[in-house]
Design a protein around this ligand. Structure first.
Ligand code: NAI
Length: 333
């Protein structure tokens, strides 16, 4: 089988070469378009990221194509109906970073609970005093996890390691997992009322827009911490600022902010094309949150570990090998 890879960085090409030695590989710089398709004319498979818009016209230029492996979770850059008509199978990478994002969630929690940023800043200036640096234990505290999918469930496993109490809210309850891991589901309002730390792990959509808002932020337990590594739009920024000012929320750890541009897929943030479309820094600069002393912000970096990026490639390789063995996996069309 001959495979054309698009949109890869040099280290990714090396990884693919090392791990697909027995295959005929074609590395094509840039995206798969009507123009670049000619370079992949003789390929049986194509591996792409989300900037390759694969429509009917592109498919027509690839007469031998039988398989598309998208190196992303989302696949709306591919016309799956047209692919199906052409008998082209499409597979994706359904998950690659559940532990990665969960670990970052705890990096934010611990940075706030032990005042790590402030402490490091102080010692950097030769000041080793402890005044104002007293933190608090996680053991025995209640963490409220909103969204118990891949990431939320991993957060719960880590929280259990810290001997925390866990309450969770999800529109779809995983009761067997709750029993196994020892946590309880609660309704949304009682999660807000009970939790010392609230952490968000649900998708952003019409139903979850401003899930935490001016109307309900008052229900949060006084002195709680809010962590958001999911999507900025889940939290109404004005409501959070007000809650920080009146002490309802004492600290916030945010990897994502509102108005962060239209991010579909985290790996997009590493792409040069993304930088062209979007200036995160300017938008972040507008946020009062950035300068708030009890807020710690990371630049949508929770997904960005070496291992998570390698997992995207290794899952893509597994997808290709499975297709070749006529036992395709992770099929979306
Ligand atoms: P997932 O699809 O495995 O889990 C999402 C969970 O949220 C599901 O259990 C679903 O039932 C639940 N849910 C849906 N609507 C809900 C609602 N209205 N209220 C409560 N729960 C609801 O997704 P996964 O992989 O755990 O990712 C969670 C989110 O994390 C993603 O949607 C994405 O926005 C974000 N993310 C952030 C990254 C970063 O670098 N900061 C990296 C990867 C994902």
């Amino acid at each position: 089988m001959k495979i054309a890879f698009f949109e890869l960085e040099e280290w990714e090409k090396d990884y693919i070469q090392q791990n697909l030695k027995e295959w005929q590989l074609e590395f094509i710089d840039g995206t798969l378009t009507r123009e670049t398709a000619a370079k992949a004319k003789y390929c049986d498979a194509a591996a792409v990221f989300i900037y390759s818009k694969i429509d009917k016209a592109v498919l027509e230029k690839l007469p031998k194509l039988k398989f598309i492996a998208t190196m992303s979770t989302g696949y709306d850059h591919i016309d799956v109906v047209a692919a199906k008509k052409r008998k082209v199978t499409v597979s994706n990478v359904p998950t690659y970073g559940e532990n990665t994002v969960a670990e970052h969630t705890f990096a934010l929690i611990l940075a706030l609970s032990r005042k790590i940023a402030e402490s490091a800043e102080r010692t950097r200036h030769g000041d080793f005093t402890l005044e104002g640096l007293r933190g608090f234990d996680l053991k025995g505290k209640t963490i409220g996890v909103i969204g118990t999918g891949h990431i939320g469930m991993h957060v719960i496993r880590i929280a259990k390691g810290f001997e925390m109490n866990v309450v969770a809210f999800d529109v779809k309850k995983e009761l067997a997992a709750a029993k196994k891991l020892g946590f309880k589901y609660a309704d949304f309002d009682s999660l807000l009322q009970k939790s010392d730390i609230i952490t968000l792990h649900c998708p952003y959509n019409k139903a979850t827009h401003h899930l935490i808002n001016n109307g309900n932020i008052g229900k949060v337990k006084k002195g709680a911490m809010l962590i958001n590594t999911a999507r900025g739009g889940l939290v109404e920024t004005r409501a959070l600022l007000r809650a920080l000012d009146n002490g309802t929320i004492v600290a916030a750890g945010l990897d994502v902010l509102e108005e962060e541009c239209n991010i579909k897929e985290e790996k997009q943030l590493l792409s040069k094309d993304f930088e062209k479309e979007c200036d995160l820094k300017t938008m972040l600069g507008n946020h009062m949150l950035l300068n708030h002393k009890n807020v710690i912000i990371t630049p949508h970096n929770a997904f960005n570990s070496k291992e998570a990026l390698v997992r995207i490639l290794s899952m893509t390789i597994e997808n290709i090998k499975a297709f070749e063995k006529k036992k395709p996996i992770n099929i979306v069309s």
